[in-house]
Ligand binder design. Structure first.
Ligand code: M6R
Length: 605
């Protein structure tokens, strides 16, 4: 939700901190702030502003030189998006600064207690209680900020990533995490802390993972990781495979457009070396024998990938699959046990709803096989096995290439389960694999034809609503098309199973209502049924934009996509839907990469 970055080293800290914030702004853009340790023992230099990072940058004309600092970009939870609620927050001496991502659940009682002790608060945030608590604790520990952080974390309830800096030790930054992301970047004579690696990949490809309830203490030369008891822990190093240029716009007007065009590569990368079967490096930690049911848990776009996965797994591996909205799952206390395979799907690997649902299932003995795009994040770390997607960093808040690679991951898992369970013939298996291998080229073909679609989309710029219809795997594709449009164009949009229309939603159709029909494979039984559903809405005044592998006579506008295996169709049909949402957002003057009220990584429940 919020983006956090810390730098200590030889460079002028403002540069890496600001660059880090630019790369993390997708996580939240309600306000931004920076604290720098300029002179030992003097109050910290601090600047913070409500609104996007640009507002803060406009004020940074005369910034003193400093070699360590912390920066924050906020997605507001407690306290409105104002200057005073922007992070960093300071102690009453102005020497200790703190930034936070997450929610401190016991902040009210902490604040009452701290106010009784004479602390003066200057914001409405949950975070500010922590800086005052840390200030007291640091004094108690003779100025040892790491010891203070350990003590404070033990008192906190909720989820948090915290970074703190004190002007008495200008080169030292102390961080901690619980249920919220924090990674360490290991440089040469400089070190970094950040919500994710994109903040520092321009500087180093070497990173360290941080576990739950761990405290990290960095200077330019040293990194120490401890648990809350103060025991020094071994460091888990890994190399970042993402390329720094992947986090740049590379000549595209928006990250989202760039990411749409990166999809052929993302899909190819996710398929490489895996179609012949998932190797033991991926599956060693999980026994798939004897499972009786599969439960997929995810949110938003990842949930739609899960719905497509259900169709593939049930059909190819002949096992029952439930797809659950992660935010609903654990509170229902569903029945789950050691014979259940749970598949959490998450681009970020940090989505709190998904993480909590997964932990619930794990506590009941379920086997966890995660699908994730972010190496070293919490969800894969807490899973028995992980199938990583290779979408690379996805910066635009609206998910595009991550979704397509999640679909590929679901097909690969479905094939793997089918192999374990012996439910597909070799011929059926090979046919699917051939179609999978052709997908990157076919996505390229779809992308070559999107210009007229952009022009067509602009014609519907003033529509008040747009509906999306699909059947079979086209239904989750329709849901995804509607979600993208809501998220980006701030327009009413709904996705429906086309067969359901006559049970109520058809009443929404009015003269001129644009309806996007995601057509099933030409010649299939469902294509005929869907054509009838399209006729039903057309007869009531809808304007039909059809997406399919063959022309549809009743369509007012036809978007042709190449033919593929019927279960793989969403990989192609979703691309025009992404383009419609993108273009509609541009046409309506919306912020494409950072739509209002949203954040990329949702680390609160
Ligand atoms: O990081 P995750 O895949 O767990 O995120 C899940 C959803 O928050 C995410 O897909 C969201 O719906 C996207 N912004 C949609 O474009």
């Amino acid at each position: 939700m919020c983006g956090i970055v810390g730098y200590t080293g030889k460079a002028t800290a403002l540069t890496p901190v600001l660059e880090g914030l630019r790369r993390l702004e997708y996580r939240g853009y309600d306000s931004a702030g920076i604290a720098l340790a300029v002179t030992k023992g003097e109050p910290l230099w601090i600047e913070k502003r409500a609104g996007k990072l640009g507002n803060l940058e406009a004020t940074l004309t005369r910034v003193p030189d400093a070699h360590s600092g912390i920066g924050h970009t906020r997605w507001a939870t407690h306290g409105g998006p104002t200057d005073r609620n922007a992070h960093p927050h300071l102690d009453n001496e102005g020497k200790l600064a703190l930034i936070h991502n997450g929610i401190i659940e016991n902040y009210v009682e902490l604040r009452e207690e701290l106010e009784k002790r004479g602390h003066i608060f200057s914001s409405d945030t949950d975070t500010e209680s922590v800086v005052h608590l840390l200030s007291d604790s640091r004094k108690k520990h003779n100025g040892d900020l790491a010891a203070a952080m350990r003590e404070v974390c033990a008192e906190l309830r909720g989820s948090f990533t915290l970074l703190a800096i004190h002007s008495d030790e200008p080169g030292r930054i102390v961080g901690a995490r619980r249920n919220s992301p924090l990674v360490v970047g290991v440089g040469d004579g400089e070190n970094f802390l950040a919500s994710d690696v994109s903040a520092f990949i321009a500087y180093t490809k070497n990173a360290l993972e941080l576990g739950q309830d761990e405290v990290v203490d960095i200077t330019a030369e040293k990194i120490v990781i401890t648990n809350l008891a103060g025991d020094v822990l071994p460091q888990k190093a890994y190399e970042i495979s993402w390329d720094a240029s992947a986090a740049e716009r590379g000549g595209f007007e928006h990250f989202m457009l760039k990411e749409i065009y990166e999809q052929p590569k993302a899909v190819a990368d996710t398929l490489i070396g895996r179609t012949a079967g998932l190797d033991s490096e991926i599956t060693a930690g999980i026994n798939l024998e004897g499972i009786t049911k599969v439960v997929i848990i995810a949110c938003g776009t990842a949930f739609h990938a899960g719905l497509v996965g259900k169709y593939a797994i049930e059909n190819w591996a002949n096992i029952s699959v439930d797809v659950e909205l992660a935010s609903e799952y654990r509170y229902r206390e569903p029945s789950v046990d050691g014979t259940t395979l749970v598949i959490p799907i998450s681009q970020s690997g940090e989505t709190m709803d998904t993480l909590m649902a997964m932990r619930y299932a794990r506590s009941k003995g379920a086997r966890i096989f995660a699908v994730c795009n972010t190496n070293g994040s919490t969800i894969p770390r807490e899973s028995d096995a992980v199938l990583y997607t290779y979408a690379g960093p996805e910066i635009a808040v609206a998910s595009t290439k991550a979704f397509l690679t999640q679909l590929i991951a679901m097909y690969l898992i479905a094939l793997h389960l089918a192999t374990v369970r012996g439910t597909l013939t070799q011929k059926e298996h090979d046919e699917i694999v051939t179609h999978l291998a052709e997908l990157p080229g076919k996505i390229e073909q779809v992308l070559e034809t999107v210009e007229p679609l952009r022009e067509l989309t602009r014609k519907f710029k003033s529509a008040s609503s747009m509906l999306f219809l699909g059947r079979h795997v086209g239904f989750p594709a329709a849901l995804e098309g509607a979600l993208k449009l809501k998220e980006l164009a701030y327009m009413h949009a709904e996705g429906f199973a086309a067969g359901e229309l006559k049970h109520g939603p058809i009443a929404l159709i009015d003269q001129g209502t644009p309806v996007v029909a995601v057509m099933p494979a030409a010649g299939s039984l469902l294509a005929e049924k869907m054509a009838s559903n399209v006729q039903e809405v057309k007869a009531r005044g809808a304007v039909i934009i059809a997406i399919g592998d063959a022309d549809l006579a009743s369509a007012d506008h036809m978007i042709r996509i190449p033919a593929t295996h019927p279960f793989l169709e969403p990989v192609l049909s979703v691309v025009p839907l992404q383009v419609i949402a993108y273009e509609m957002a541009v046409a309506r003057g919306n912020d494409v990469d950072q739509p209002r009220n949203l954040a990329k990584s949702v680390t609160v429940e």
